[in-house]
Design a protein around this ligand. Structure first.
Ligand SMILES: [Zn+2]
Length: 384
């Protein structure tokens, strides 16, 4: 046969069936001589938008060789990708029921059936298949491990996901460490919600062995220390976060206020805020929030000074111009200075609004609040 049947079917579904191309029907009619009996008929059913009759015919075929297996698999995958998962399941279950199937083909059909079940939400069945593949097929181990992790993350079964990582993932690998860190943090979140602070401490200790400087780990240590009444420790953790993860600074302001006001007091808090406003690495959203807090805690004059000291690296011409105006205004008298300060703060606010919100660098999902795991695609740390 000149062209494999799988290619025929792909071509038929992709071009002919979906777009209703009459030209392809003629092509099939001309080239159907070399096909096994029933195949041309099956393709015609597909072309005539009768997929169930085509599947019935495929399933009823007695002869199975590697090429017909390949066609089953290609067709099953196509149905699954089109969301027609029940049809995909019928095809793959039929394949697996064939006693003549070779070992490798059987594993391939099983992997596909597992993916069908997963897509259909039949997670128990999917897990059973993926576990079997992890144990029995070295070729399918990695995709089966990835699929198991996907199912467990979807079901928020963090402990089970950790077991999969510990058993099958390469330890020391960056991705394994990052995932483990998040899974331990997820467990700690649940423990904090259940007021099991000791359990949360244990979980975070594990997370720390994997990702000692990840923003989430430092953030959770801060919260846990404060919940346990250890204010000085909380301050140490939050300062580690501020120093190591400038991109995540805007998440910390409320917590920072609680930590300082519980501990060293409002003066130190104001100093810390002024330092954050001045630091060019602090994002505009943080600058806005910090300015408001400085005004509230130490008065407007302190906010004017802090903003005046900020080393401008923001690429907004308006902000730079306003800042220059502010410096000039400093010589002209208090009222003008205040007016320029208000203008400048407004400019920062509009910059923060322009940059406001987060989007997933993996799938483009947009969110107003920050998520450690993208709700759109399930990727970790992909929001920026
Ligand atoms: Zn995403």
């Amino acid at each position: 046969m000149e062209i494999s049947l799988a290619v025929w079917v792909l071509f038929a579904l992709g071009l002919g069936w979906l777009m209703g191309s009459g030209g392809f029907r003629r092509l099939v009619r001309r080239n159907s001589k070399g096909m096994p009996p029933g195949y041309a008929e099956g393709l015609n059913f597909l072309l005539n938008k009768q997929p169930d009759r085509a599947i019935d015919l495929l399933i009823s075929m007695v002869e199975m060789d590697s090429e017909t297996v390949e066609t089953h698999l290609a067709l099953g995958t196509l149905f699954r990708n089109q969301g027609e998962v029940e049809r995909a399941i019928r095809i793959h279950e039929n394949l697996i029921a064939r006693p003549a199937l070779k070992r490798g083909e059987r594993f391939q059909a099983l992997m596909n059936l597992g993916l069908d079940y997963q897509q259909a939400g039949l997670n128990d069945r999917a897990v059973e298949i993926f576990e079997q593949l992890v144990d029995e097929s070295s070729n399918h181990r990695q995709p089966a491990v990835d699929s198991l992790l996907e199912v467990y993350q979807h079901e928020k079964e963090w402990q089970k996901a950790l077991v999969v990582l510990q058993r099958w993932a390469r330890s020391g690998d960056e991705r394994t460490k990052r995932l483990s860190g998040h899974f331990y943090c997820e467990i700690a979140e649940l423990q904090i919600a259940a007021n099991d602070l000791r359990g949360a401490t244990r979980s975070l200790r594990h997370a720390g062995t994997q990702v000692p400087y990840s923003p989430r780990y430092l953030w959770m240590q801060t919260r846990l220390a404060r919940l346990r009444g250890k204010t000085r420790a909380a301050l140490r953790w939050i300062n580690l976060l501020i120093d190591n993860c400038p991109r995540h600074r805007e998440l910390v302001l409320e917590e920072l206020e609680r930590c300082y006001l519980d501990g060293s007091g409002p003066r130190q808090f104001a100093e810390k805020l002024e330092q954050l406003v001045t630091d060019p690495q602090s994002p505009p959203l943080l600058v806005c929030q910090a300015l408001e807090t400085i005004e509230r805690v130490s008065g407007r004059e302190a906010a004017i000074t802090a903003l005046g000291d900020r080393a401008t690296e923001d690429d907004l011409a308006l902000v730079i111009r306003l800042k220059q105006s502010l410096l000039l205004a400093a010589d002209k008298g208090a009222e003008e200075e205040v007016n320029f300060y208000l203008l400048l703060r407004e400019a920062y606010q509009s910059l923060a609004e322009q940059l406001g919100g987060y989007h997933c660098t993996h799938c483009g999902f947009e969110a107003r609040e920050y998520f450690w795991r993208c709700p759109g695609c399930g990727e970790w740390d992909s929001l920026s």
